[in-house]
Design a protein around this ligand. Structure first.
Ligand SMILES: Cc1cc2nc3c(=O)[nH]c(=O)nc-3n(C[C@H](O)[C@H](O)[C@H](O)COP(=O)(O)O)c2cc1C
Length: 214
C-alpha cells in the first residue's frame, strides 16, 4: 500500500537533519559519488567529495552539480580558475577519497596527503587523480541558487576531455558497473513511520536486464 507524506513525519526531528530536509532521508534516492579536484591559489591541490550530481548531453556534455556549498574550497577555487576535474573512484580507493575531507587545510596538498596521486590534466588547469578510473576535465559555465540567498548553488560545468581506463570500457575486463565500477551514495534511508534510520552506504550497480528482456 502506498502512503503519502507532505509534511515532516512526527517520528523525524527536523532539528537533527544536518542541514538536509526530511524528504532527503525518506526518499534516499542514490546519486553518483565523485571527487572534484582543483588547484588552490597557492598551487596546492584541493579535493572535494560531491554526490548530488548528474550529467546531461545537448550541444555538449555537461555536469550539473545540484548542491555546491558556497563556503567550500571547491566553490572558491572553481570561481578563481574556472577549471576542475571530476574523478570517479571505485571502491578500492574510496576511503582515501573520504580522507580528503580530513585533509582540508589551505596549505595542504589534499590529494597527496590522502594517499592518492595527482597528475596533470591534458586540457584544463586542474589536477587529475591517477587512481580514479574516469576523469572528466571540465570548465565552469554557470551557477544559480535554487531559492534566493541559498548557501548552496546549482553549478553547471562543461566536460572538455574524457580520460578513462580502458579496462573499464571493456565489458570483459573491469567494466563500468559492479564491484569495480561507479559508486553511489545511499544517504541514510529512514522509515517515516518508525523514524528508524539506516547507516549511509556506498552502493554499486548491477545490470539487470536489457529493455527487450523485461
Ligand atoms: C559522500 C559525500 C558526498 C558529498 N557531497 C557533497 C555535495 O554534493 N555538495 C556539497 O556541497 N558537499 C558535499 N559533501 C561535503 C564536502 O565534500 C565537504 O564539506 C568537503 O570537506 C568540502 O571540501 P572543500 O572545502 O575542500 O571544498 C559531501 C561529502 C561526502 C562525504
Amino acid at each position: 500500500m502506498k502512503k503519502e507524506f507532505s509534511v515532516c513525519p512526527t517520528t523525524i526531528d527536523e532539528k537533527e537533519l544536518y542541514g538536509f530536509v526530511w524528504q532527503e532521508f525518506v526518499t534516499a534516492i542514490p546519486s553518483p559519488l565523485v571527487l572534484v579536484t582543483t588547484y588552490k591559489d597557492n598551487g596546492k591541490t584541493n579535493a572535494t567529495m560531491q554526490s548530488w550530481t548528474t550529467f546531461v548531453s545537448e550541444n555538449g556534455f555537461y555536469c550539473i552539480f545540484a548542491s555546491v556549498h558556497k563556503k567550500q574550497h571547491m566553490y572558491e577555487t572553481i570561481k578563481q580558475n574556472k577549471h576542475l576535474v571530476i574523478n570517479f573512484p571505485s571502491v578500492d580507493i574510496y576511503k582515501k577519497c573520504l580522507d580528503t575531507i580530513k585533509n582540508n587545510g589551505h596549505d595542504e596538498d589534499e590529494i597527496e596527503l590522502s594517499g592518492l596521486t595527482a597528475e596533470k590534466a591534458s586540457m584544463v588547469n586542474a589536477p587529475r587523480i591517477k587512481e580514479c578510473f574516469l576523469n572528466l576535465e571540465c570548465e565552469y559555465v554557470w551557477e544559480k541558487e535554487i531559492t534566493p540567498g541559498d548557501q548552496h548553488v546549482v553549478m553547471c560545468v562543461k566536460v572538455v576531455n574524457v580520460c578513462m581506463d580502458e579496462e573499464h570500457y571493456q565489458i570483459n575486463k573491469k567494466g563500468r558497473y559492479g564491484e569495480t565500477g561507479y559508486l553511489y551514495n545511499i544517504h541514510s534511508p529512514r522509515n517515516p513511520e518508525t523514524g528508524k534510520e539506516e547507516d549511509t552506504y556506498v552502493g554499486i550497480i548491477q545490470k539487470y536486464a536489457t529493455y527487450d528482456e523485461l
